[in-house]
Design a protein around this ligand. Structure first.
Ligand SMILES: Cc1cc2nc3c(=O)[nH]c(=O)nc-3n(C[C@H](O)[C@H](O)[C@H](O)COP(=O)(O)O)c2cc1C
Length: 381
């Protein structure tokens, strides 16, 4: 009963929620304390999984966004999910993160849920991928669950509201408590030869409202995009962005997000380019086009069609790539690890492989917000 009427502020510490009247306090405490349990999250997940994947995503996030508008709700969510401990703080590429667990790009493409994710305990949020102009993305359906594999296949295709609207939204965020990364890409209709201009437009439009940048050349869902991972294109894009960046009074850290389907030769070449262009580091990895060793029936997988696979089938591959990056870079660059972090142990494996920070997407869908809490608590042990 005590646990129902009180909420956790730190690891194992029970405190009454800060800004709520008593009846509200009790109601929210009961709801959220119960929600926190894996059992109830799993139950809600079963209900959400009755909806198609994209509707479930919007329904749950919009519900949370409405919920946190209720006075007191945000601080109660924080009390339940945020592990507030100095020992979790990380200073990476000159920025101070309150904890190393971030929300991966693609989840909050339009920067609508930054406050929700802050309240759910994330250390930082990467918004986007943002393109210069708004675009609708690919036709529906374009998001599929592979429950048996704890995986997702998506071919969203950079659906987003465009750099202007997203920059405006971020501008309006008051009293921002966490760091925001701006993940940038090119519009579908922009030919690869002109891609550099799209990256520059996004960079300039978002410069004042994000803390670091990610150059995304690794999504499998924009035709030809991954070809920008070749040496000449990368040197052109990163070189141009760095020139603009370094001319600013306070340049922003810039990272490159890479695919897990690169050869070891390509990874080596990319590490050399990162060192040469002196960007801050690499985010490894995006989704894979591979369909290897899935439990889900082959015909079912084939029927889902093209797209990037994320979640548990990617865990090992992305960790191996992180190890390779460090091997080639002799630990001279920062790495953010993402790809199949489904459990606390997966997070530890990524950190042990040399990641300065980590990010979640698919694990957050399957395990819920308590995964962020559990990882942070485990990092304190
Ligand atoms: C539905 C969906 C949309 C995504 N959209 C983007 C995106 O717009 N930009 C990007 O860089 N990565 C995007 N990603 C990739 C994730 O950020 C992440 O790199 C990948 O899913 C691997 O992490 P995970 O196994 O934890 O999901 C997307 C992933 C999913 C599942």
């Amino acid at each position: 009963m005590v646990a129902c009427l009180a909420v956790h502020n730190k690891v194992g510490v029970l405190l009454p929620p800060a800004h709520a009247s008593r009846p509200k306090k009790i109601l929210f405490s009961i709801i959220f304390e119960t929600l926190k349990t894996t059992f109830l999250y799993n139950f809600l997940l079963q209900l959400l999984f009755l909806l198609d994947a994209e509707s479930a995503h919007h329904f749950s996030l919009n519900s949370l966004r409405m919920l946190i508008k209720i006075p007191g709700a945000k601080s109660i969510l924080r009390s339940l999910f945020l592990v507030n401990d100095k020992r979790l703080e990380r200073t990476v590429f000159g920025l101070q993160f309150r904890n190393p667990v971030g929300l991966a790009a693609g989840f909050d493409k339009n920067a609508k849920y930054v406050e929700v994710m802050e309240a759910l305990g994330f250390g930082y949020v990467e918004i986007g991928t943002v393109t210069p102009k708004p675009q609708p993305g690919n036709d529906l359906p374009r998001l599929f669950r592979l429950k048996k594999d704890k995986a997702i296949i998506n071919r969203m295709g950079f659906n987003n509201e465009g750099a202007d609207i997203i920059a405006q939204r971020l501008q309006q965020l008051k009293d921002r408590k966490i760091l925001i990364g701006g993940n940038i890409g090119k519009n579908k209709i922009t030919p690869n030869e002109e891609a550099v201009n799209d990256y520059i437009i996004c960079f300039e439009k978002l410069f004042e409202v994000v803390d670091y940048f990610v150059v995304n050349v690794s999504s499998p869902n924009t035709p030809g995009l991954r070809a920008l991972q070749d040496k000449d294109s990368l040197l052109q894009i990163l070189g141009a962005l760095q020139q603009i960046n370094q001319a600013k009074p306070s340049p922003k850290p810039m990272l490159l997000k890479i695919a897990p389907d690169l050869t070891t030769e390509q990874i080596k070449e990319i590490v050399e380019i990162v060192l040469e262009t002196k960007i801050a580091g690499i985010i490894a990895t995006n989704t894979t086009i591979s369909r290897e060793s899935l439990i889900t029936n082959n015909q079912v997988v084939t029927a889902m069609g093209a797209g990037g696979l994320s979640g548990a089938p990617l865990t090992k591959k992305s960790t191996e790539i992180i190890q390779l990056i460090h091997q080639y870079a002799s630990r001279k660059i920062n790495v953010i690890g993402v790809g199949g972090i489904m459990t606390e142990q997966d997070a530890l494996d990524k950190i042990n492989a040399g990641c300065d920070l980590i990010q979640l997407y698919t694990g957050f869908i399957y395990a819920g917000p308590q995964l962020v809490t559990q990882i942070n608590k485990r990092l304190l042990v």
